[in-house]
Design a protein around this ligand. Sequence first.
Ligand SMILES: [Zn+2]
Length: 371
Amino acid sequence: MFKFAGSLVCAALALFLAGCATTPDSGEALPPDWSTNGILVKPVLPPRIQPIPLAVKTNLPAVILHTNQPATAVAKPMPILTWTSLDRWAAENKIGAVRRLSGGPTTRYYLDAKNGLLVLEIGSREAIWHGMQFHLGFAPEIIDNQVFVHGLDLQKNLVPLMLGELPAFGTNRVIVIDPGHGGANGGTISVLDKRPEKEFTLDWARRIKPLLEQEGWQVFLTRTNDVDIALSNRVAVAESHRADLFISLHFNSVAPDQKPAGLATFCLTPPGMPSTITRGYPDYLFQNFPNNNFDVQNLQVAARLHHSLLHVTGMEDRGVGRARFVGVLRGQRRPAVLIEAGFLSNPAEARKIENPDFRQKLAEGVANALK
Ligand SMILES: [Zn+2]
């Protein structure tokens, strides 16, 4: 609660301060614990199209098209490759004017929409929405003294967050909760006493189940005891129950580094967009997975879960990000999200995670988001 309020204050203070440090989550040498089944799947690329390396400062593509069209008007399936004036887009959608944050050499801009405050920074893929961090696919740029945002970020990030309606799951709502790891696959371990991640994810899932059932969800767990299940079988569980929603539960680690902390929530990267994290896996931009049919809902559910969990736990905010290598997400034919609820490599956070009261809070955070 305190930290959540802090985030809001932070976003508000950002109007006057250049600081408000954010914590990038990329480039960490983490174990690929929720990645593929240990197999690097060679993607099938269209002929002549080569993987495009991640842009550092200037984003792809080289050709910038000034467009008056809202991003949503561009036809599928070709990913949007245009840049759009944020001012023009905001005016068209009647959500206020883009303003520069005052004070210092800041290159931050904000858009005070009716349903929340958006803060963007020129040259940075990190952004703030509603007091919560999220990661853009492309860093906004200044063109002709205006803030330009990539069309994919409009379509896949700003529209879902600022203009979208939350997905309705109907009356017979079915959710599959996936406690990460199990059996011989323990996941990461607590820096305090080497207790394995698998133990905490299962307990968290068990605590979520009754809370969601009270809300009218039919809840299935991919595992109810200490067994290892292949990632493909975790997807198959969701398929067999015709789940409306899939949530995979994990805890993080960057051992031996004990400093990083906080909550990170991930969903699948939309085609054409660079991922927030790759963990050493190739990030082929134009791969299209079954779960990409749910790009909009994925982000909406991820943002809602992330927001709720920050609110309940007061954890540090590492943002809602995108990953393409996550085997348990990309085959899903329903909205699917993966949560990393803190670092077992951080002693203070490990102490919390080992506390059943904290795991109850984590369960409430998930349940509250899906009321
Ligand atoms: Zn894990």
